[in-house]
Structures are given as structure tokens and as C-alpha cells.
Design a binder for this molecule. Structure first.
Ligand SMILES: [Zn+2]
Length: 231
């Protein structure tokens, strides 16, 4: 419903914050990030996490913090070659008026510009949220060697959660995928972001609802397009 504004979608289930756990009980809660116990594809099965992966994912988390500071859904990415960080990117479709401005796309663009090469063989992309189909396509076009993602995205994830673009040998010859690195931490950043947005929306509604008629305030939704009106 919030397509066009929020590539990641979702507010999450009540487990993230005590404040929400009582307010929203399950069924009506749009909480994909909390649904981590869905069947996993091979690419998603837990694997031992290396210190190196943790280190670079931490940098992707820092990039996600930049998105959050800009009022964007907090997703961040870094593009790595060997032990060198070539580029970073953060999600900014709202501020950029650009539906393609996902963190992965930003990192890929920056790296390609820096290396003056539209292909980035041998590079690894670390991103805090499972890439969507658009980003999976760009990752394949760039011939990225490996993608490492944090939280899974059961709504738009293209690494096994919704579809597994990388599992199709007709599409992908270059990229391996490792999922779930710092999954809880990456997911928590998103959950807290949406919890904060929902809280702000509730407060806006409450302020508007102080008037005699406690009617829904369309302005509240309009001002917060990321937030499903049911939340
Ligand atoms: Zn994407």
C-alpha cells in the first residue's frame, strides 16, 4: 500500500517494542521483519558468521543510520573489494524523489563511478536488509561476487523470502548470497524506526481527535505515507 514511498514496507509485529505489543495483537499487524521463522531457502540457512562479515555489516549499519537521520527507512550498504570499502550507500528514495534510490543501488552507483566500470567483479555487497528484485537485478548486472544481507524482508525480499532471484541459474552466474548476518540488530533498527513513526502518527491522530468528532484524520496519513492507516 505504501509502494512508491517505502521500498521496505513494514512496520513490524508487536515483539519489537513493549509499546506495540499490547496495542497491536497479531493479525492486523503488518510485521514482516518479525517473521523470521518462515521456511528458509538454502541461501538463508544460518551459517557461521565470520568476523569479517560482522565488521563490514557494522559499516552497513552505520550507513543505515545515515538514512534514518535523513528521515528515510534505515537501510544501508557498503561495497567491498578485498578488505577495502569501495563505496557506501543508504536508502533515500523519499528525499531523492527516486524510486530506485535503495541503499544497494546507491552503493553500486558510487562504486561503479569510483572504479569507472559498470561491472564490479570480485566485489561484495553488504546490506542491512534483504535486497528487493530491483536491487537483485542490478547486483547481477554488476556481476557482484557475493551479497551479504542482514534482516530478511518477507514482503519484498528477492533472496529467498518472496522469490530467490539468485537461485535461478539462467539469471545468475556470478553472485553467491549469505543472509542473516546481524539479522536481529539490522531488523531492530527498522522496527524501532517504524515504531517511532507509528507513535508519531498516533500522536498526530490524537491531537486531531481532540476535537469533538473523533473521526479519522486524512492529514495524518498523508503526512506519514509510510504508515499503514491500520496501525
Ligand atoms: Zn532494493
Amino acid at each position: 500500500m505504501n509502494a512508491g514511498v517505502d521500498p521496505v514496507v513494514l512496520p513490524s509485529a508487536g515483539s519489537d517494542s513493549s509499546e506495540d505489543s499490547s496495542a497491536s495483537s497479531g493479525a492486523d499487524v503488518d510485521g514482516p521483519l518479525a517473521v523470521a521463522d518462515t521456511p528458509l531457502s538454502a541461501a538463508q540457512e544460518p551459517v557461521p558468521v565470520s568476523e569479517r562479515d560482522l565488521r563490514f555489516m557494522a559499516l552497513a549499519q552505520a550507513a543505515a543510520d545515515e538514512a534514518r537521520a535523513a528521515g528515510e527507512v534505515p537501510v544501508g550498504a557498503v561495497l567491498v573489494h578485498g578488505d577495502e570499502v569501495i563505496a557506501k550507500g543508504f536508502n533515500h528514495p523519499i528525499g531523492g524523489h527516486d524510486p530506485s534510490a535503495h541503499a544497494e543501488m546507491a552503493a553500486l552507483r558510487a562504486a561503479a563511478q569510483k572504479l569507472e566500470n559498470y561491472r564490479l567483479p570480485g566485489c561484495e555487497l553488504y546490506v542491512t536488509l534483504e535486497p528487493c528484485l530491483m536491487c537483485a537485478g542490478a547486483i547481477m548486472h554488476a556481476r557482484i561476487a557475493r551479497v551479504v544481507f542482514g534482516a530478511r524482508d518477507p514482503k519484498t525480499g528477492a533472496c529467498g523470502s518472496v522469490v530467490d532471484a539468485f537461485a535461478n541459474p539462467q539469471l545468475n552466474h556470478h553472485t553467491t548470497v549469505t543472509g542473516g548476518v546481524l539479522e536481529d540488530e539490522c531488523g531492530a533498527a527498522l522496527r524501532s524506526f517504524f515504531a517511532e513513526r507509528r507513535r508519531a502518527a498516533r500522536e498526530a491522530r490524537a491531537a486531531a481527535g481532540a476535537s469533538p468528532q473523533n473521526t479519522p484524520d486524512p492529514a495524518a496519513s498523508a503526512a506519514n505515507p509510510d504508515i499503514p492507516p491500520t496501525l
